[in-house]
Structures are given as C-alpha cells and as structure tokens.
Design a protein around this ligand. Structure first.
Ligand code: SF4
Length: 257
C-alpha cells in the first residue's frame, strides 16, 4: 500500500456519510454493529491495515497526524499548544472526580457484578462440558432432536458471548459517567455525554440480564447463583436510573434515531 499522507487522513475524517459521534455511545462490538460504514472510528481502524502495518509505523503515523491536527485547531483558536498543556497542569481541583467516582454506589455495584461474574466462571468451569454430555445422552435416548440440541447450544453460546462482552463494559462506562458527573462546570455537551454513557451502561445491563435469563432456563441447577447475579444487575440498573434520570431519554446518534 502506498504511504498515506495527512491529507488522506483528513479526507477520511471528513467522510460525509459518517454519523457524528456514533462511536461515543456504542458498545464497541463492531462485529455485530450495523453501522460500520457510518463510523469514523471503524474507518480509522481499517486505515491501519496489516499491509500498512508492515512498515511498522502506521500506528505512530496516525497518532502523529492526529496530534498535528489538534495542534492546528488550537493554533487556529489563537492559543499555543504549551499554553493549553500548562493550563491543564495548573487548574486547581476542588475535588477529585476520580476519587468521587470510585466511591459512588454505581461504581461499587458494577465492581461487585464483575466479581460475581468472575466467581461464577471460576466455580462453574465444568458445567458447559456437563451440558454437552447431557445433550448427548438425551440425543441417544431420542428425548432431544439434533435441531433442538443445536438451537439450545447456539442460545447458550450467544448468551455467554453477550455476558462476556458487556461485563467489562458495564464497569468501564458507568465509572466514566460517574467521573464526569463529578467534574465541575460541565458544558451541555459533556452533560449529554455522561448521560449517553449511563444509557449505554443501562443497555449493557438490559442485554446482560436477558442473557443470564437464557442461562437460567438452560441451567436450572444454577438458579441460586444466577439469581444472585440477576439481583445485582437489577440493583445496579435501578440505582443508575435514579442517579441519571435523563439517561434513558438520551438519543444516541445513529442507534436511537
Ligand atoms: S459504532 Fe459500530 S462500528 Fe463504530 S466503533 Fe461502535 S460498534 Fe464499532
């Protein structure tokens, strides 16, 4: 591939088909996303093709070009890069949003969900294998058709994928929303931004709850542990809806309109 210049990169960023900011409120699951053609983030990842990477400097090129563009924007506003960096270093903080976020009940409960999820996986390592054996026995007895077994396995596999994908997202996004919530003098854009992150967390919880319910149907013997996890997710969902009352109303570009 020929060397791509800053101009190519700018052209890529200015594609009119992109939906502005769609990647800010998505679940980053590009494999399952219907908006890849409209997403600048996705296009930027494609920009780093393996062939381009062979040169060994694709990533640093992209970062350098991005930094150059940011510097250009700052200079266009009549500021210097150094002034902006120094301002960021010297602005006094009356409270630390990171620390406040770490103590927030949403973050604590999201962390607890991650712990429950990890402990479920650790303690129940053999149960999927057991399910395979159970299906095989039922197939042998004629109690289950091949199609039914395949359908059940596909549901279980999908439920695990969904749970795995969203479990880290839930913690990361709600922590991000809580941290922004504690920042001072937020613009309307940033207020919308944290509501969008809270909404993404709620959607992640909704999908995770649905997936755990699928597991509960297929693994009735695990009902106690799964119920504990479901209760944790439900508690978190209710706290977030209370603490971020505008989150559900936030319209995510592309996804909600
Ligand atoms: S909007 Fe879709 S394509 Fe873009 S980063 Fe998010 S999941 Fe990936």
């Amino acid at each position: 591939m020929s060397h791509q210049t800053s101009k190519d990169f700018l052209k890529l960023l200015k594609n009119p088909d992109f939906i502005d900011g769609i990647y800010n409120y998505c679940d980053s699951w590009c494999e399952r996303c219907g908006f890849t053609e409209k997403c600048m983030n996705f296009a930027m990842r494609k920009y780093k093709t393996p062939a381009h990477d062979d040169t060994g400097d694709s990533l640093s090129d992209v970062f350098r070009q991005t930094t150059d563009l940011i510097k250009q924007v700052i200079e266009d506003k009549g500021l210097s890069w150094e002034e902006v960096v120094n301002q960021a270093d010297t602005q006094p903080l009356t409270r630390d949003p990171h620390q406040e976020a770490d103590k927030h009940r949403n973050v604590i409960n999201a962390r607890e969900y991650t712990r429950l999820y990890g402990s479920f996986l650790r303690e129940e390592q053999g149960f999927m294998k057991g399910k395979g054996v159970e299906f095989q026995n039922e197939l042998n007895k004629g109690a289950l058709s091949v199609e039914e077994a395949e359908e059940a396995l596909s549901q279980i596999e999908d439920a695990f994928e969904v749970i795995n994908w969203y479990q880290s997202l839930i913690y990361i996004k709600i922590r991000n929303a809580c941290q922004l919530f504690f920042e001072e003098n937020l613009s309307d854009f940033m207020t919308d931004f944290y509501n969008g992150k809270a909404k993404l967390t709620l959607i992640s919880i909704d999908r995770s709850i649905a997936a755990w319910l699928v597991l509960q149907v297929h693994f009735p013997e695990k009902v106690n542990k799964i119920t504990e996890i479901l209760l944790q997710l439900e508690k978190l969902r209710q706290y977030i809806e209370k603490d971020f009352p505008n989150a559900r109303k936030f319209v995510r570009p592309g996804f909600d309109k």
